[in-house]
Design a protein. Structure first.
Length: 225
């Protein structure tokens, strides 16, 4: 479980970060502070992994607070001012989010934190991802996916009892999957655990038949056998 703290003098901004963090697995917001002074005590008492830190605050700016902090957690700056981006880079922060912060951009920043945190550590495969569909960020549990289909500008994810469609490319989405998935056709990706039968030309998942593309046959059959 990653412990987080938000430091921002704006109550609405703190509420938004709290709501975003609540959507994540393995993340816990342990404190919501309206000043750097308040945050110091929390950081001293708790082992904080990630801090969402506003820059423009009264008494002590976020940048000055971070420079003088002995026990530094990973930091994602949150601000309404673009001009602090260079300073954030120089302070080696994880990311720099401009307000108002939407969940999609927030999620990218968190992914950067995870990549940064896991460098040099044994990597674990993803068990879920998010896609944006009908203006919602929908959590996709990878173990539940049967297969995935490309539909020109859209991708359709098939589950046992429902489908999820989102705008995007199947190749880009393939990068978010784990090793249980295999590309069997330029338009199809299947979950190896869901295959019920196969031939040299197609794969069956229950009553669904999925073609194996000619250029994919050798690699697919090696993965299945």
């Amino acid at each position: 479980m990653y412990k987080c703290i938000v430091v921002d003098d704006e109550e609405l901004a703190r509420r938004l970060i709290k709501r975003h963090v609540s959507e994540l697995e393995d993340f816990e917001l342990v404190a919501s502070c309206e000043s750097a002074v308040e945050a110091i005590k929390v950081i001293q008492e708790e082992s904080i992994d990630l801090m969402f830190l506003d820059i423009e605050m009264p008494l002590l700016k976020g940048t000055d607070f971070l420079k003088n902090l002995n026990k530094k957690p990973k930091v994602i700056f949150t601000t309404a001012f673009r001009e602090y981006a260079l300073e954030g880079f120089e302070l080696n922060v994880v990311d720099y989010l401009l307000k108002p912060i939407n969940f999609t951009r927030f999620l990218k920043a968190v992914e950067k934190f995870l990549e940064n945190t896991n460098k040099g550590v044994e990597q674990t495969e993803p068990t879920y991802t998010f896609v944006q569909s009908n203006k919602k960020n929908i959590k996709i549990i990878l173990d539940d996916v049967l297969y995935i289909v490309s539909m020109k500008e859209y991708v359709q994810i098939h589950f046992k009892d429902r489908n999820v469609i989102f705008k995007g490319g199947i190749t880009a989405f393939e990068q978010k999957l784990n090793s249980r998935f295999v590309r069997v056709h330029r338009s199809y990706i299947v979950n190896l655990n869901k295959i019920t039968a196969y031939t040299k030309s197609d794969i069956e998942i229950g009553k669904i038949e999925i073609p194996i593309g000619d250029s994919y046959k050798n690699s697919v059959l090696k993965r299945i056998v």
